[in-house]
Design a protein around this ligand. Structure first.
Ligand SMILES: [Zn+2]
Length: 151
């Protein structure tokens, strides 16, 4: 466990570029240069074709809510002040098989629906007793998608 737990370890090589991109308010996912598939969770080779060159590539940040969970109990004391909160799996627009574990924000838990359009937002992760913070991708409802236009 690193000293700033529960912040993510932004220097850990496999996800270092993910967090560096988030710091620039970009969402970046490794992509295989041989078959062009996106590979998530980051790996040293492509699980589809075995290619060994993966390039971090920005994605739109649009996706759909695949699943979620409303957290009402603090499993560690550092999250007690943010209860309740929502963790979710978001399927990316570019490849719905790529699903990110994330926080879902700016939405009442009862309003969440399977497959609802969401978009990335970047918010600081802060925890009591930890001086640093990390800008992290989270997802919020995307009101601009599937909006019913009155006739
Ligand atoms: Zn590949």
């Amino acid at each position: 466990m690193h000293p700033d737990f529960p912040l993510p370890d932004v220097r850990w090589e496999p996800t270092r570029e993910f967090w560096a991109a988030a710091g620039r308010r970009a969402l970046s996912i490794p992509r295989c240069t041989a078959c062009a598939r996106r590979v998530w969770y980051p790996a040293t080779s492509c699980r589809f074709c075995g290619g060994g060159t993966l390039t971090w590539t920005e994605v739109s940040g649009r996706g759909r809510l695949f699943s979620w969970s409303v957290v009402r109990h603090a499993w560690i004391p550092q999250v007690a002040d943010r209860l309740p909160f929502v963790t979710g799996l978001v399927a990316l627009e570019e490849d719905p098989a790529v699903r990110l574990v994330t926080f879902v924000v700016d939405c009442e838990p009862d309003a969440l629906r399977c497959d609802m359009p969401v978009r990335v937002v970047f918010r600081p992760l802060r925890y009591p007793g930890v001086e640093r913070e990390v800008l992290a991708p989270m997802f919020a409802p995307d009101a601009g998608v599937d909006r019913v236009v009155p006739s």
